[in-house]
Design a protein around this ligand. Sequence first.
Ligand code: MN
Length: 737
Amino acid sequence: MPTGTTAISSEELKSITEVFEGLITSLKPKLKGSDEKDIRKAYELSLDAHKFQRRKSGEAYIFHPLEVARICHEEIGLGPTAVICAILHDVVEDTPINLEEIYELFGPKVTKIVDGLTKLDGLYNVDNKNAENLKKVLSTLVEDVRVVLIKMADRIHNLRTINAMPKHKKLRIAAETMYIYAPLAHRLGLYKVKVEFEDICMRITDSDKYKEISNKIKASEEDRQRYISKFIGPLQQKIDKEGIKYRIIGRPKAISSIFNKIKTKNVEFEEIYDLFAVRIIVDVPLALEKSVCWQVYSIITDYYKPIPERLKDWITTPKGNGYESLHTTVIGPSGRFVEVQIRSERMDDIAERGFAAHWKYKGVKSDDNVYDKWLGNIRTLLENQNGDAIDFLNDFKTNLFKEEVYVFTPNGDMKILPKGATALDFAFDIHSDVGAQAVSFKINNKLVPMGYVLQNGDQIKVNTSKNQSPKEDWLKLVITGKARSKIRSSLNEHKKLSAELGKEALIRKLKNLKIDFETNTDLIASEYGFRNRPDLYIAIENETIKLQDLTKRFEIINGELVKLKVEETADTKESVKPRPTKSKSKSEIIINGQIDESFDYSLSTCCNPVMGDEIFAFLTTNSGMKIHRFNCSNASNLFTNYGYRILKAEWAKTASRNFEVELKITGIDTGPGVIQMLTNEISNHLGVNIKAFSISGEEGIFEGNIKIIVKDKGQLNTVISRIKRIESISTIERTIV
Ligand code: MN
């Protein structure tokens, strides 16, 4: 949000003009007709509208939209219309200019996109449920994919300049970026953007680990370069001989992706064999791409032995997000595994900048257009969804962000489904009737259950029956939004029908008893414990309630029902009043900037915060406030789905108590001495109390969990760094469940 009232100085105007003219120069090859005139018009308008505004860094605000425009053009490959919209993207939101004025000056296309961008800004608003917001985002997105691409550029610039933000905001933006923007970037094929998102976010949420890995990468740089030249030397000679135009790059992978590997594979930095990838990019015409890539592949595998399972052919079948490349892993010099990526310049551009620049690329059929396909999927999801925003968000995430699985119909037609999809999902993908009437499945000619998880290459035959209809537990067997929403709506339909039948039965019964339907039904419903009439009707139809028993519960007086036994019923309404607090001597946590003794809070046991940790408070529905660490594995879920329940929390300076922390330690088993060594270091040298200690080991390696009691993060850090120094210790981490 722009702040300040200081107008732009003439000095500043000079450098703003320079930046803008630089943008025009680099855009020149893309400009046609009135493009340049329109861009200048947008610039003049935006410059004037933002003239009193400044960014957190103090910089004149206009630099931001100009930079977003540059990113759209240079890093994502968008054209003049997107540049105009990027320049105007904050004008409607933050200045007196309104959409009508934009419409008059720039016409309908620009207006629609700017409107979409303005609505998207609601994502920052923590008072709104983010899932609801995402729905809004997607409705605008299907209008024009540029809305979301420009939003990506906006987010990139905001992250690149995030250092000017207060810590708390940084953390919130990082959580949101990891939850929505990074997967969206991945799905749109914006790999470079995705990696940058993840790296910047990791620098914010896990700065120690980030520094550690980046230092290790730097330290191993020389070794790596030597190895890479040794690896590519003989290949270069051979490819040169073939007269292929190409370039080779070998560079380390992103810090965040190395970190993910360390975490998911549970290995040390030193044990990661594919710290870098070698990429060979050939410069050939479209028609020759495929054959030349395979030619290069054959040259490589002539020299180095390939590992067949690791061959990935994204050239014959591009990924759903448009990614094309041929990947192989070979055994290089001194037995090291090396991943090699082979692709053309065109494929490389798509991989790096996404599909945007090639959207209208000659030779791309419209059903091969990944954005069109993807938008089609989103449209289906939006049209079919019935109501619940969180359900929708989950459907969205599983359906549109996931990797794919490729399967075949009995005729050999290929279908692409999200990874994890089941046989039943497949049936619904073929047609909603096939799904609804599915009774049995054969995969590669063998019968499988409905919930069978599809594997690449499976050929599936679905047997249907007219008597079949979706059942409640089918919802547990599918993951695709299409299947889920079809099942839900069919169940609802079924419920509606039972409700109608149940209602008719009730009307008949009451008529026989000469009781008025309208004035008595609610009483019956509440007597049987139903909140609304339809639930009562359904229960009648299912015969969970027997109408003939009605007179056992009620007597009829003057055509009205009266309860036979009047029982005292407890108030069943859930109490939403804040619970009285147990008296706490002194609050150790400041919530939303104030110490309030009436806050009932506790430290969450999933991440065990310690005084000094970055924390936030989460308002639970029934157990007061929970204090979490920002790098708790639950944080991003809480922030995104329940942002409105998050409160800012800090440690009070006066806090004085002890905290329990669990540490996981691994190392080389040097015999019975390990436990003694550790306890000696922790309790004797450092004077820290150990509350629990368990250790197990096999084949010379041990794993231990130690619960210790510390005063604050400082003391904890001392413990960690002292234990690290013990020779036989390999790793030590705080546990987060
Ligand atoms: Mn912006």
